[in-house]
Ligand binder design. Structure first.
Ligand code: HSE
Length: 338
């Protein structure tokens, strides 16, 4: 499987580490060898039709801050859409930062990849939040696979759980925590009594926050995930405009303590029902299954016949998100490239 990797930040580098370190396991377990033939970062690119040396790519990035310095095969200022459309790669992995204004550069990257007949694995939420129905239609039209399991819950397979394990059921509501950074910040402010700014700085250092962390704090990141769940799981054509969003910036330490004394916690709760979609801070009983600490995400799916079920797992982090990319690659391989 020949892959182009767009974006070589925390997630892209974690993916390179997994593909390099787990190459034998992937070949043995799944019968194929993912081969990265091009990588692009914000300064340039490197390309090798025979497959890049991922260890060398990681060392180059660490030493020079850009992949453009990859020995002999690196170059500055390569336009990603040109590289994608001219390449014979089978899969494009889109891991550039999420942008909720116009979705770029991810929007053009994904459209170009799908339009030129390549399967796409995206962890970039911007294009999905803004134009999911159109992108799914384009993939369908070109008969290629568009996967994005890492956009919701990082490595925790909320989307696959709903899509595959709840087949035949009617999901009537989804409720829970969809942003690891804000959950981490609220937990640290509450349990360690540290300030909002300090807790956020920790989340950034640990690689949980978005490139622009205001998208976590103001609820936009969780709202984007609500849009993805609505379109993919509930088959509702929802966009960001349809989600009522309030972030956590007004949640004070005093409120956290008061709520805790009453046996509850303040959490940034996402809700998706038949006609409404929202993200806002709510007071949740500490015995509620979605009341989880740290960077955990938790979603309760309410079904018509089987009742409620809750899935919990790490919701942020480079390695966790890269694990979801590997899952999507394996699925594409099994369904389309066998
Ligand atoms: N910034 C996101 C979060 C990363 O904190 O949940 C995972 O999408």
């Amino acid at each position: 499987m020949r892959i182009i990797l767009l974006g070589f930040g925390r997630v892209g580098q974690s993916l390179a580490r997994i593909l390099h370190g787990d190459a034998d396991r992937i070949v043995k377990a799944h019968g194929f060898k993912p081969q990265v033939i091009a990588i692009i970062d914000s300064h340039g690119s490197c390309q090798d039709g025979e497959g890049l040396d991922l260890d060398l790519a990681l060392k180059t990035k660490e030493k020079y801050g850009t992949i453009a310095k990859y020995p002999k095969r690196g170059q500055r200022d390569r336009e990603p859409t040109a590289l994608v459309s001219e390449s014979d790669a089978e899969v494009v992995v889109e891991a550039t930062p999420s942008n909720y204004e116009d979705g770029e550069p991810g929007m053009s990257n994904i459209k170009t990849a799908l339009a030129t007949g390549k399967h796409v694995v995206a962890v970039n939420k911007g294009p999905l939040a803004l134009a999911m129905p159109a992108l799914l239609e384009l993939a369908d039209h070109r008969k290629v696979k568009f996967r994005f399991s890492g956009t919701v819950g990082a490595g925790t397979p909320f989307l696959s759980f709903a899509e595959k394990c709840l087949k035949g059921e009617r999901i009537v509501g989804i409720r829970g925590i969809l942003n690891g950074t804000t959950n981490y910040v609220l937990t640290r402010m509450d349990e360690a009594s540290i300030s909002f700014q300090k807790a956020l700085a920790e989340a950034q250092r640990k690689g949980y926050a978005e490139a622009d962390p205001s998208n976590d704090i103001n609820g936009l990141d969780a709202a984007a995930k609500v849009v993805i769940l609505a379109n993919w799981v509930l088959k509702r054509k929802v966009s960001l405009r349809d989600v009522a969003v309030e972030g956590i910036s007004k949640v004070s330490q005093e409120r956290l303590k008061r709520v805790r004394a009453a046996g509850k916690r303040v959490k940034l709760i996402a809700r998706l029902g038949d006609s409404r979609a929202s993200v806002k801070p709510e007071e949740v009983s500490s015995s509620d299954p979605v009341c989880v600490p740290g960077t955990l995400n938790a979603l309760t799916f309410t079904t018509e016949h089987a009742g409620d079920m809750t899935l919990v797992g790490a919701g942020a982090g480079g390695e966790q998100t890269a694990s979801a990319i590997v899952r999507d690659l394996v699925e594409i391989r099994h369904e389309y490239l066998a």
